[in-house]
Design a protein around this ligand. Structure first.
Ligand code: CA
Ligand code: CA
Ligand code: CA
Length: 287
């Protein structure tokens, strides 16, 4: 009897320890879970949460945010300009054709169709290569960068198709062919540069495009624009074609619906006979 009683006591003790251990573990786990659960309410809201408060189209923002839009800054800009509505990202309250996110990127007024008051709307100026936040004929500074072939040169907004004037422009960098699309905008943007020139020729850009032939499909071309208000926007393109043509070949000038880039230089090296053409398609804007 006594032996059984001892055994029972022992069993009971063991069961007690096991129950205590179980309950201990349970409550410790419960405590930890609650502690973790508590943390997000203590933390400051993430950028995403802050933006959700302003009902901004998150999906659209995410597409661009990787390359520059700071969600917190954009959110603050939305508040500062008293913008509201479900799709505040794409809305166009001033009716200038420029959605709010582009007003933000260009630093223009989302509640004023003509920020610089020069009678041309913000959108008109941007799609024609003018600076929307600097009155008159002001155009942004433009730099063309092609890392693979060591190009980092200013682009001149050429005014005339006249050869002599173009040659003058080429002393100062690359030449944007007049009346072709501004970089980043829909249409064909044609930019030319020297591959070679007379040894006595003036300027620092006499061989700027000498290695253009080394470009291959997929290589990246960056076009950086700097507005008077300090806003910097880079348009990135990807090479998708390369060919040699006569200077008048329509393939060079063919217009396109989407933003495309056509780089042109004299070819073969040391001659003015033909043109080496590199075409590139628009990838994205970075700011
Ligand atoms: Ca607008
Ligand atoms: Ca505007
Ligand atoms: Ca204007």
């Amino acid at each position: 009897m006594l032996q059984i009683s001892d055994k029972t006591k022992f069993e009971l003790k063991r069961a007690g320890i096991l129950i205590s251990l179980f309950l201990g573990t349970f409550f410790l786990g419960f405590y930890i879970v609650n502690l973790l659960d508590l943390q997000p309410t203590v933390k400051t809201p993430s950028k995403k949460e802050a933006v959700q408060d302003s009902q901004i189209d998150i999906d659209l923002l995410k597409k661009t945010s990787a390359d520059g839009i700071n969600l917190a800054d954009f959110s603050a800009w939305v508040k500062a300009n008293k913008l509201a509505g479900k799709d505040v990202y794409n809305a166009d309250p001033d009716g200038d054709g420029l959605p709010n996110f582009l007003e933000y990127i260009h630093g223009t007024d989302p509640n004023n169709a003509d920020t610089d008051g020069d009678k041309f709307s913000d959108k008109q100026e941007i799609t024609n290569g003018y600076d929307p936040d600097a009155p008159g004929d002001a155009k942004p500074l433009v730099f063309v960068k092609i890392e693979k072939v060591g190009v980092d040169a200013p682009m001149v907004w050429s005014q005339s198709e006249d050869d002599k004037k173009t040659l003058k422009d080429l002393e100062n960098g690359l030449s944007h062919f007049p009346k072709t699309a501004a970089p980043g905008d829909n249409g064909n943007s044609i930019i030319s540069g020297h591959s070679s020139n007379y040894v006595w020729a003036k300027g620092d850009f006499n061989h700027i495009f000498k290695d253009l032939n080394d470009l291959q499909n997929g290589d990246v071309i960056d076009i950086k624009t700097i507005q008077a208000n300090g806003k910097i926007i880079t348009y990135e393109y990807k090479v998708n074609d390369k060919f040699v043509a006569t200077p008048e070949d329509e393939k060079i000038f063919a217009n396109t619906e989407n933003p495309t880039l056509t780089l042109s230089t004299c070819w073969p090296l040391g001659t003015n006979l033909k043109r080496l053409i590199v075409k590139a398609e628009y990838l994205k804007m970075m700011f």
